[in-house]
Every structure is written in structure tokens, then in C-alpha cells.
Design a protein. Sequence first.
Length: 359
Amino acid sequence: MRAGTARPDCGLGYIAMFAMPAILVACALLGPVAARAADWLAFVPFTILFAIVPLLTMSGINLNEPDPARLYSPLARLYFHILLLAAAPVQLVTLAMAIRFWNGSSLHPAGHIGWLLSVGAVSALFAITVAHELVHRRSRLDRIAGGILLSTVCFGSFKIVHLRVHHRFVGTALDFSSAQRGDSIYRFWLRCLYGNPREALRCEHEWRRRGMSRWRSELFAWYGLSAGWLALCWLVWSWSGALFFLLQSAVAILILDLSNYLQHYGLRRQTDARGRYEPVRPDHAWTIRCRITNLALLNLMRHGDHHTHPTVPYYALVHTAAPAYPYPLGFMMLLALVPPLFRRVVHPLLDRAVAGAEG
């Protein structure tokens, strides 16, 4: 265990990340026999993620701390690794069942919207979250599994940009995915819309200048695989299935960008007399102290520790002396959609965080 760290969350509890696709699959199976209730079922996963879990968290539900000696045994580390690799087949099966329900059910327009939001949210908070962990690993197998997960949401550029741009320039004007103070989520979304492909192409161009073959392009590989999933959807479920694959990908990317918006909002790295940026510190990212969310999202909101130690695996991340949001992640995401309310809640916290950093 790293010196000075607190005890991590319950190892068995990380299996909670599979609750999200499990709920989605359950709704897909129940939907065809639910008749008029199918439209309501379509909203269930989204409601659980953005309303019920935050309410349970705010009600004080907690989990016991584990014995850290067991967490770092070789068997435990193997278990943590298998959880990550299992996510790729789980995501593929979940997505196939989701498209089947979308294409073969009698959902009304409202139900279609609810199902699209639910599937996109699960793809973001499950597939992209696990991919984020995998692309940080040194193992080629892990990085491939991460790329496969990202291909299911047409977001192969994330694998390049997150490692080559975001972690290097986080909290600066050079990182389009570090939200500045006063940015609305809508302005931030527009910046990410062109920032992701622009930076990914720039990185690929630099690699080609250094002699990398065009056929080794990660963009070519992962977007080629996304095109393969799209073609398969078209063959199995016709144009409707292919359209749903693209739409859920768009929703997943927007929700991922919403998470990025919250993680670094307003927190900036200062420059020294030579114009060089200060090293990344834990207080350059926001945190949320919510065990349920951190178990399901692999400690994603222990984000300051992740940026300070990007190669440390998810189960070893700890809370740091970083600014903390007052509400669970789901509520903060919904709050960000109303910029005046978001600023009223967050700016006083941001002012205190900046004053503390300067002091």
C-alpha cells in the first residue's frame, strides 16, 4: 500500500459496476412482456443512475471498510484484473440486447427517448469508465480490451487524446477537456466536439512524422472496428439498429464529456517565471466522497489521486485533499445542465479551493 494512503473500498464491492448492464438487460427482457409498461421500463436504468442512487447516497447508506491486507494479495489483484477484462464481452452482449429491444418492441416515442438515454448512460458509465482504466495499463491485452470497449461507442479518439493530451495538459488552456471557470456545459460540449478529433489527428500526424506506418494507426483500428459493429447492426437489425448504435454512442460521449466537465471545472495550474506549468497536484481535480458511486465507477471520482498517480490501479486510489462537490455525481451532472444554478452552488466552493491553493 502507498505510504500515507487510507484503506481502499471493499474489493468484492467493485462487482457493483456490472449492476448497470444487468439492470439494462433485465429491462430489455421484461420490456416485450410488459405491454404498456415498456415505456416506463425504458427510463428505469437512467432513473436509477441519476436519481435513485444519488438519493440513497444522500440518505446515508454506507459500506464497511475492508481488510487492506486481503486487497493486495496476488489473488485479489487477479480478481480486480478479471473484472476489467470481463467488461468487454458484457458490454457487447448488453448492447446487442438493448438494440434488439429498441428494434423489436412497441415503444412509443417517449419510450424510445428513455431507452436511448438509459443505454447511452450505461455505455458511458460502464464501457467508457472501464476503458479509461484499461488504456492506462501497460499490458497490450488490456489496451486492446480498452479499445474494443471504446469502439462500442465510436470513441476511439479518447484512447489517444486522454493519454497524450489530457493527462499532460490537464488544468491548462492547452487541454480542451479541462473546463474553465464560467464555461457552460453547452460551450464545453462544443469545444469537445471538435477538440477530440482535432487533437487525435494531430497526435497521429506526429507519429507518422516519426515513421509510424499508416496501417498502425489507432484511429484506423478502433474506428474501423466501430464501422464493423455498425455494419453488423445493419445486417441484423436493419437501419433502425444501425441508427440506434450511432445515437447511443453520441449520448455516451456527451455523458462522458459531462463527467470531464465536472472533474476539472475551474481548477487551473499556474505558471512559473519561465512560463512552465506547475506539476499536477491532487487539488487540480474535484472529488466526490460517495462509496456506491466509486465502487460502480472504479473510483473515478478519486480523480485528483488518479491524475497525480496515473498508473496506480483503480482499487488503490484514495481520497485526497481535493475540492469536493456537495452532491453525488448524478445530481451534479443534472445540476450542470442548468448553468446559473451550477455556478451558484460551485463557485463559492471553487473560490475557497483557489484561495487555499494560493495560500
